[in-house]
Design a protein around this ligand. Structure first.
Ligand SMILES: *Cc1c(COP(=O)(O)O)cnc(C)c1O
Length: 315
């Protein structure tokens, strides 16, 4: 393989995260289902954003930032994990969140309250408005600041999941498929690029839980991340599969997603969340029931976290 230039990163999480078989789920679905435990990444309640933050917060520190802004929905797991990581690094997090969804001191907002995080809400649907608000607050504070986009999904954050595929390869197991939730795109793009570079026999499937144009977003992030690594990706939509699991809308639980959360809890004692991993796992169950997998296939489901969101609303 060509030489890859991985950028520098901080060591924040606990890696490698375990991979193990889901014996009861595999028996029920008639195929071999494994789980990658990125709900155990070692910051706060764990989750996929830790891999991205190792790169993003290195960059923030390297650029001399004292204040770190990020954004997301009111119950953003990414925002909570950013705040937790910044606390450890003695940087000041400021979360500028969309004022829509589950408010009150529940779920991730409760955890942010415990951390004493500066959380602000903007009543808008536009992230551009939020990024402008960050500039305004940062300028007013007069301290060097760094802005992390929604979900940490820029090219640098995406490298975190290229790294994850490299990690999966070193864990010595082979998979025909890797399945993940796609919310802002970085995780899926990193896995798809990583598979192209390290595990070309593995098909990456994204379960879309929001209604953005993910085919385009994924290809764009794959090519931009490849450019950082000094690799030629020539990514196209043929590199991955996407399925729409958004249901009634982003962050609004679906019946199928809730059933999948309950199935994983009952059969394996593992807790998914209703916004991302429950819906993504519902997509896996649906594909298995439609006969999309062979009996000898080995499917790796990425548990991307979300425990904070699990306690924001009853399902
Ligand atoms: C953010 C998030 C995702 C989606 O990852 P993206 O890189 O934003 O697509 C999946 N699961 C959980 C629990 C998340 O918090």
């Amino acid at each position: 393989m060509e030489h890859l230039n991985f950028p520098n990163k901080l060591s924040l999480g606990i890696f490698p995260t375990p991979i193990h078989k889901l014996n009861n789920i595999s028996r029920i679905l008639g195929c071999n289902v494994f789980i990658k435990r990125d709900d155990m990444t070692g910051i706060a309640l764990g989750g996929n954003k830790v891999r991205k933050l190792e790169y993003l917060l290195y960059d923030a520190q390297n650029k001399g930032a004292e204040v770190v802004f990020t954004t997301g929905g009111a119950q953003s797991n990414h925002a909570m994990l950013t705040a937790a990581a910044c606390s450890r690094l003695n940087m000041t997090p400021i979360l500028v969140l969309k004022q829509k969804g589950i408010m009150g001191k529940k779920g991730n907002l409760y955890l942010e309250d415990l951390m004493g995080t500066d959380v602000r809400f903007v009543n808008t649907d536009s992230y551009d408005v939020i990024y402008e608000e960050m500039d305004r607050i940062g300028t007013e504070l007069g301290k060097p600041f760094y802005k992390i986009p929604c979900g940490g999904s820029n090219a640098l954050g995406t490298i975190g999941y290229v790294d994850c595929v490299r990690e999966i390869k070193t864990q010595g197991m082979e998979f025909t498929h890797i399945i993940c939730a796609e919310g802002s795109g970085g995780t899926m793009a990193g896995l798809a690029l990583g598979a192209k570079l390290f595990l070309p026999g593995t098909r990456v499937i994204g379960m879309m839980v929001d209604s953005d144009p993910f085919a385009e977003i994924t290809v764009g992030l794959m090519n931009e991340a490849a450019a950082i690594l000094g690799a030629k990706a020539d990514a196209t939509t043929a590199d991955f599969d996407l399925y729409d699991l958004c249901g009634p809308g982003y962050a609004i639980p679906s019946e199928e997603g809730n059933a999948a959360v309950r199935m994983m809890a009952k059969e394996e004692g593992i807790f998914l969340d209703p916004v991302y991993t429950g819906k993504a796992f519902a997509g896996l169950v649906d594909l298995a029931k439609k006969g999309a997998f062979q009996a000898e296939d080995r499917i790796l489901f990425l548990h991307s976290g979300g425990a904070g969101g699990l306690f924001a609303q009853d399902i």
